[in-house]
Design a protein around this ligand. Structure first.
Ligand SMILES: *Cc1c(COP(=O)(O)O)cnc(C)c1O
Length: 379
């Protein structure tokens, strides 16, 4: 089936009792058993929930994966990935990941005996050179947040296969609509469904997708043992949202492209970073690896004061953390999403105090451009 057909139908069947077309929200913590040892396959809400199962099947299908495992947040999904390794193991991680990933790995899990190498994975050679005897996982984010650096998923997956490592890709920014890491050879895809998959700024959630039976078994075990499950209502909202993922992503990208092209002509925007611009250093890889460029743009305004005034004066864009919603958002990575990354590390990446990240929504693009113009006039 095509993407849009799967988005609307995969994992969903009319309710057998009433024929309800919308998957019911099974708000129950436990299930009646017919007699001792005989039940319908549903025992306890942490372990089994049909609304959650529908969502898992739905997103797994969109990612061309066999299994989906839903979590209460993107970070709890990441935490389950770390449940694949144990003290003494080594992981290679893209050096410009989501700030919360950095915090979980470097500031928390390191104390539990895990060793992390923060590498510029945009050059596969760097990954090869970082492999140690105890390396188990290569964890990449592409494009990265907020610098929008790309990593070649095929090249990294091949290195992982050759060295018996697990390749994990955070696909939050592209969504399965624009990029399918499993098809490119990755072992595990991770999503913060909080972002584009749910897309309406009203749910926090996460998902792991894999084709591997053993990894699935372990993730399922961890999901139940740790208990970081999403609520049935959150699953239902996300399931409802993926039905429009394709139409939303098309519009996010169309609007982002127009805004990026516009900003590129403005002298106050010192550097416009968007994978869909030929000026992006990895434009060729972007065209090859992704079927679109997404809705995220980062702009360096040169001076913190300029960046600050724009963020304070902008009106249709809301100043807020997070991204991927139908509503346009603007954020200051250095003090918001990436505040837990040390200043020296940030500067090395180009994540300056004057960098602003735009999550372009699906409003009328003329209004979004006019909004930037009016904010700039006040400089
Ligand atoms: C937000 C985000 C996460 C973390 O997800 P939460 O749902 O906020 O826990 C992980 N990776 C990326 C790329 C993100 O943007």
């Amino acid at each position: 089936m095509g993407f849009q057909t799967d988005a609307i139908h995969a994992g969903q069947n009319p309710d057998p009792v009433t024929g309800a077309v919308s998957t019911p929200i099974y708000m129950t913590s436990t299930y009646a058993q017919d007699e001792l040892g005989v039940h319908k396959g549903y025992e306890y809400g942490r372990t089994h929930n049909l609304t959650r199962q529908s969502l898992e099947k739905n997103i797994a299908t969109l990612e061309k994966g066999k299994y989906g495992i839903a979590f209460s947040s993107g970070l709890s999904a990441e935490n389950a990935v770390l449940g694949l390794v144990k003290a003494g193991d080594h992981l290679i991680v893209s050096n410009n990941v989501y700030g919360g990933t950095y915090r979980l790995f470097e500031l928390i899990m390191k104390d539990y005996g895990l060793d992390f190498s923060w590498i510029d994975t945009s050059n596969p050679k760097n990954v090869e050179n970082a492999i140690k005897e105890n390396t188990k996982i290569v964890y990449i984010e592409t494009p990265t947040n907020p610098m929008l650096n790309l990593t070649d998923i095929r090249a990294i997956s091949k290195i992982c296969k050759d060295n018996n490592l697990i390749c994990v890709v955070d696909n939050t920014f592209m969504t399965p609509y624009f990029q399918n890491p499993l098809v490119a050879g990755a072992d595990v895809v991770i999503h913060s469904t909080t972002k584009y998959l749910n897309g309406h700024c009203d749910v926090v959630g996460g998902m792991l997708i894999t084709n591997d039976d053993k990894l699935h078994e372990r993730f399922r075990y961890l999901q139940n043992a740790v208990g970081a499950i999403p609520s049935p209502f959150d699953c239902w909202l996300t399931l409802r949202a993926t039905k429009t993922l394709a139409v939303r992503m098309k519009q996010h990208q169309e609007n982002a492209m127009k805004i990026a092209e516009y900003l590129q002509t403005q002298s106050y925007a010192k550097k416009v970073i968007y994978p869909g611009l030929p000026s992006h250093p990895q434009y060729e890889l972007a065209k090859k690896q992704m079927s679109g460029f997404g809705g995220m743009i980062s702009v360096d305004f040169g001076e913190f004061e300029t960046a600050k005034k724009i963020m304070n004066n902008i009106k249709v864009f809301t100043l807020a953390e997070s991204l991927g919603g139908v509503e346009s958002l603007v954020c200051h990575p250095a003090s918001m999403t990436h505040a837990s990354v040390p200043k020296e590390e940030r500067e090395k990446l180009g994540l300056t105090e004057s960098l602003v990240r735009f999550s372009v929504g699906i409003e009328d693009v003329e209004d979004l451009i006019a909004d930037i113009e009016q904010a700039v006039k006040k400089l």
